[in-house]
Design a protein around this ligand. Structure first.
Ligand code: NAP
Length: 283
């Protein structure tokens, strides 16, 4: 079984980012990372994103607020960031605490700065199969992993386990755009193992530690693991029991070191694209 490493895909995206940066004639795009509270997974994602922006030659600034900030105060702070002309793109770490109306923020964010596809405008574009706008970075990262590794999607049977608005649903739309035949599985799917076994490409985005073992995987399938979980021993792991796929799957992504590393590279690419769009609209 071949291990599909995220670092190689990220390096390819870096080449694209460098090319796009040239068109900005010296301007260095700036990312705002917005965090409420101190959830360890948010902090880990923030650290990874900051490191990636630095590595790609981009600017990033963290804006963090206490977990008990009021809805009114957070909206006022978010508005300032959204309207700040020095900021080209925004990454909002979610879910937000209960007192904050996430829907209002989704409607408020400038679609051009919405690098992670949370605004209704960007979501609609993903579902309409349009090229404009930004898809959620993780969903797009899965497509990048497949493309960079020359795994064609056209006509392929692809099963996606998970139907969230962050990963499963937008990813299924991106796969459909590439002419894959997509089956979306979830907690009500009957005989899920059998459905998954039939897939030539299986994508796990369920958020269940090592749920996908050899009983879900058909011979020579490609398995992409989006999951980021902590197991009973406190170790980071994916949704896939990687070792159990040896001798069955043809290729699989590891966790860590797989899709996660590509997600922040896609974020960087979206940032440079957003900066280009903003410059274009000003001239
Ligand atoms: P989520 O909102 O909890 O959604 C999980 C989805 O999986 C739901 O649709 C759920 O079905 C389905 N599911 C859960 N258990 C299942 C089971 N036993 N059998 C079949 N389907 C099942 O999670 P998410 O935000 O989409 O994230 C999914 C995973 O990706 C998490 O581990 C998360 O940490 C990770 N993630 C990774 C990245 C990255 O950059 N790599 C980014 C974002 C998220 P129902 O709809 O029926 O409940």
């Amino acid at each position: 079984m071949i291990t599909l490493k995220g670092a190689a895909v990220s390096a390819k995206i870096k080449e694209e980012v460098t090319e796009l940066l040239r068109e900005l004639e010296g301007a260095v795009p700036k990312l705002a990372i917005v965090r409420v509270g101190e959830r360890p997974d948010d902090m880990a994602y923030e650290r990874g994103a900051l490191k990636k922006m630095e590595n790609f030659g981009l600017q990033a600034e963290s804006f963090s607020y206490p977990a008990d900030i009021s809805n009114e105060d957070f909206q006022a702070e978010f508005k300032k960031i959204n309207e700040n002309p020095d900021i080209d793109g925004i990454l909002l770490l979610r879910p937000l605490p209960r007192q904050i109306n996430e829907r209002d923020i989704e409607h408020m964010i400038d679609p051009v700065k919405d690098l992670d596809g949370i605004s209704p405008e960007n979501i609609a574009r993903v579902f309409a199969g349009e090229n404009e706008g930004f898809a959620p970075c993780t969903a797009e990262a899965v497509i990048e992993v497949l493309k960079v590794n020359d795994i064609s999607l056209s006509g392929k049977r692809v099963s996606v386990v998970g139907r969230s608005m962050v990963v499963g649903r937008p990813l299924s739309m991106l796969l459909l755009k590439e002419n894959a035949t997509v089956t979306i599985c979830h907690t009500r799917t009957k005989e899920i193992e059998k459905t998954c076994q039939n897939a030539e490409i299986l994508i796990a985005a369920a958020g269940q530690a090592r749920m996908i073992d050899s009983s879900y995987v058909g011979a020579d399938a490609v398995v992409i693991d989006v999951g980021i979980n902590v197991d009973n021993q406190g170790n980071l792991c994916g949704d896939v029991d990687f070792e159990s796929l040896n001798g069955i799957a043809s290729m699989a992504t590891p966790v860590p070191g797989g899709v996660g590393a590509v997600t922040t590279a896609v974020l960087a690419k979206h940032l440079v694209m957003a900066a280009g769009k903003r410059r274009g609209s000003r001239s």
